[in-house]
Design a protein around this ligand. Structure first.
Ligand code: HEM
Length: 475
């Protein structure tokens, strides 16, 4: 995390410094209505310059107490030691996602969460990633072919391209190769429609109203829900009739039910399939889109990436065993996740009265940890806003402590798809960067935008350039 002065001076000497965009940090107090507006439109713009340096911040919005924890030891206390108190998702998150995910793992807590985590976690666990990796590799190679067909200089929306690529991978993983292919587009369109129309603000909770108080849901949200549930119900039925792939996640959930997993009825299986699809698709897509943007702006990083790909892969497409040798590619992904964690706010609601390092937190209060802010805390990181993948090179510096680098969260609710997502991102980037260099469309300004996840705006227009070395290499 802290790089040596010699190393930083060497980057300066070769003109290799690059600070990508982040929302402006306010330096003076702003009126309440402006804070509410930021919460709704781009929550990470709420933090002030000073907030980045503080260990814990307490705000009160109408009837709601909000504590933002911004220190590794306090993150450990909140998410690990005091998981029992701080495990519940915020009312905002639960009300926004429960219509889509039901009692799915992502929004549940306590006993339901424990049971579901026990059933789902092992299916996508690190030890299973090798068995899913051929799907990742073959889909990435299909994408390379698709880009080749578009021709040199083609303009693409990289955000949408990466969303389609990762949706295809997660779809084949969850539903199986054949069913995935048929249904990906419809599910992704349904998710996008849902995200666009839900309200993340949840005013009733800010006003102190209880969970049972009705939250009106617009007609468009209802339509999006019917779209997603319709497709997934159809797929689950096919599995029930024995027409699904046993290796697919849904097949494994049915097998877990046969083996006696508690509470895994049909609806639970449907909900968990949606959770995995949702949690495992846009996160990796945004990571890859940001990585393409960052690489395009740093010739220094791009050259080192291409040198590694040439040396390790010698012109062939990567496979799972290459991942541990693609150390710089991995460092680029890890640095991308530091600067732009796809889930930039981890929100919880206290299930009981408690404290964080002596600060009293009453039952019902909201506790947030922002990986976005923690990953840019000046006393933890050298030049925190700059793009320097070498911070994750074990030969140059110590790895960051597990409570200061948390793109996958930490504690019992840590992302169970961590190794899946990292491996997928490394394999996709390596496969495509071997062949292509991407150039940001001149004049396009990249903005950090946070809806449910952190993205480089609504669109990321870039041009595909076939690399000369790749054009000469065997197909
Ligand atoms: C770069 C990719 C990914 C990132 C950055 C990421 C990040 C996260 C984060 C931060 C959480 C915790 C959210 C919270 O506590 O509020 C989470 C939860 C989760 N993720 Fe991921 N994720 C990624 C990929 C994946 C993939 C590929 C899968 C599935 C194959 C997956 C499945 C899940 C599930 C099921 C949960 C809920 C866990 C629980 O609540 O116990 N994620 N992820």
């Amino acid at each position: 995390m802290q790089l040596s002065d010699e190393f930083l001076a060497a980057i300066d000497a070769e003109g290799g410094r690059f600070t990508p965009p982040h929302p402006p940090r306010r330096t003076a107090p702003i009126p309440f209505w402006k804070i509410m507006k930021l919460y709704r439109e781009n929550i990470i713009a709420v933090f002030s310059e000073n907030d980045f340096r503080r260990p814990i911040i307490h705000d009160r919005y109408l009837a709601l107490d909000v504590f933002t924890v911004n220190d590794p030891a306090l993150v450990q206390e909140t998410f690990q030691t005091k998981h029992e108190i701080f495990q519940r998702k915020t009312p905002q998150m639960r009300h926004a996602l429960a219509p889509l995910l039901g009692d799915g793992l992502f929004v549940s807590d306590s006993e339901t969460w424990k049971r579901r985590r026990g059933a789902v976690g092992p299916i996508i666990h690190t030890s299973k990633v090798r068995s899913f990796s051929p799907l990742m590799c073959e889909t990435a190679v299909e994408w390379r072919e698709h880009w080749r067909e578009m021709g040199d200089g083609a303009q693409v929306n990289v955000l949408a391209e990466m969303a389609e690529l990762t949706a295809e991978i997660i779809s084949r993983t969850v539903f199986g190769r054949r069913l995935g292919r048929e249904h990906t587009g419809e599910i992704v369109a349904g998710f996008a429609e849902y995200q666009k129309h839900i309200d993340q603000m949840d005013l009733p909770s800010v006003l102190g109203l209880p969970d049972w108080f009705p939250r009106p849901r617009g007609l468009k949200v209802g339509r999006a829900l019917r779209r997603v549930h319709g497709v997934i119900d159809d797929i689950v039925t096919r599995f029930e009739q024995g027409r699904g792939d046993a290796e697919a996640v849904i097949g494994q959930l049915f097998a877990a039910r046969e083996e006696g997993a508690d509470g895994l009825d049909r609806e639970a299986i449907r909900n968990e399939a949606i959770v995995i699809f949702m949690a495992g698709h846009e996160t990796t897509a945004n990571t890859l889109a940001w990585a393409w943007y960052l690489i395009s702006q740093s010739g220094r990083v791009r050259d080192k990436l291409h040198a590694e790909l040439a040396e390790v892969l010698q012109g062939r497409a990567p496979e799972i065993d290459d991942v541990r040798r693609l150390t710089y590619t991995r460092a680029i992904i890890e640095e991308t996740l530091r600067l732009y964690p796809p889930v930039p706010i981890l929100g919880r609601q206290a299930l009981a009265d408690g404290d964080i390092n002596g600060t009293q937190v009453k039952r019902g209060a909201v506790v947030m940890v922002s990986p976005f802010m923690l990953h840019r805390k000046p006393d933890l990181w050298s030049r925190p806003d700059e793009f320097i993948p070498e911070r994750f090179d074990d030969r140059l510096t110590q790895r960051p402590s597990k409570y200061s680098y948390i793109p996958f969260a930490i504690g019992p609710r840590i992302c169970p798809g961590l190794t899946f997502g990292l491996t997928e991102a490394i394999l996709c980037l390596a496969t495509l960067a071997q062949d292509f260099e991407l150039e940001l469309e001149p004049g396009h300004e990249v903005r950090t935008q946070c809806r449910l996840t952190l993205r480089p705006g609504d669109t990321l227009p870039m041009r595909l350039h076939r690399r000369a070395a790749a054009a000469e290499a065997p197909a």
